[in-house]
Design a protein around this ligand. Structure first.
Ligand code: ATP
Ligand code: MG
Length: 229
């Protein structure tokens, strides 16, 4: 499902080269739930952004669901990102002027899907994440946990091969975080492949496998105890 082979990422900051990732390799099967942990600056977001096609590696190869993400044009990358990947972030990244339903439907609107189909699917997904009564609310009329649920519904509307989450509970209190993590766990149990970056060991334990990064390299790759991966 996901193959990362000998991937490095170097950023040029003025004249200084920053090696954010050094020669990383790992694979993931369909249906896995991987938590990526590591100290600040260890390359977690960089890795997630490369897997999601937001950025391209300086060296190495990445495949998502059979499609290469390296050595392709920006237009091809945009299409793969839109169709194969769903992203959620710490600060939700919802558009403030759109309602919950409109935010959720946006990725399909950009892809030219008929409006009636978008509406039906957006409403169904909002119901699935427990927000069936909030479809007309704008982000400012929602709590943090509700905004993250909207963001999850938006990420799922394209039926992505993989859901990528960068610190999805980083801006939520512990009680709401547990609810969001339970939701991710349920989605995974229903078959959704997930990669989640987190600082929090408790959050990471909702995954089935933990990959630890340090200084841009993998230091550990283990199954979570109690999981029969
Ligand atoms: N666009 C960029 N330009 C230059 N350097 C960058 C860029 N993005 C990341 N870096 C550098 O690459 C390294 C890895 O950054 P990254 O954001 O992946 O870390 P992280 O593990 O997600 O950290 P955090 O836990 O703080 O979010 C850091 O040293 C960072 O300063
Ligand atoms: Mg980060």
């Amino acid at each position: 499902m996901i193959q990362v082979r000998n991937v490095s990422k170097t950023y040029l900051q003025g004249k200084q080269e920053i090696q954010a990732l050094h020669n990383i390799s790992f694979g993931m099967e369909k249906g896995e739930f991987v938590s990526i942990m590591g100290p600040s600056g260890s390359g977690k977001s960089t890795l997630l952004n490369l897997i999601g096609g937001i950025d391209q590696p300086s060296a190495g190869e990445i495949f998502i669901d059979g499609s290469p993400l390296h050595g392709i044009s920006d237009d091809e990358l945009t299409l793969i990102r839109r169709r194969k990947v769903g992203f959620i972030f710490q600060f939700f990244n919802l558009l403030p002027i759109l309602t919950a339903e409109e935010n959720v439907g946006l990725p399909l609107l950009l892809d030219g899907v008929p409006f009636s189909r978008i509406k039906e699917k957006a409403c169904r997904l909002l119901e699935n994440v427990g927000l069936g009564l909030r479809t007309d609310h704008r982000p400012e009329q929602l709590s943090g946990g509700e905004m993250q649920r909207v963001a999850i519904a938006r990420a799922l509307i394209t039926d992505p091969a993989v859901l990528l989450a960068d610190e999805p509970t980083g801006n939520l209190d512990s009680h709401i975080s547990e609810e969001i993590l339970e939701l991710l766990k349920n989605l995974n149990q229903a078959g959704q492949t997930i990669v989640m970056v987190t600082h929090d060991a408790r959050a990471a334990s909702f995954g089935k496998r933990i990959i630890r990064l340090k200084d841009g390299g993998i230091t550990e790759d283990v199954s979570v105890p109690g999981c029969d991966v």
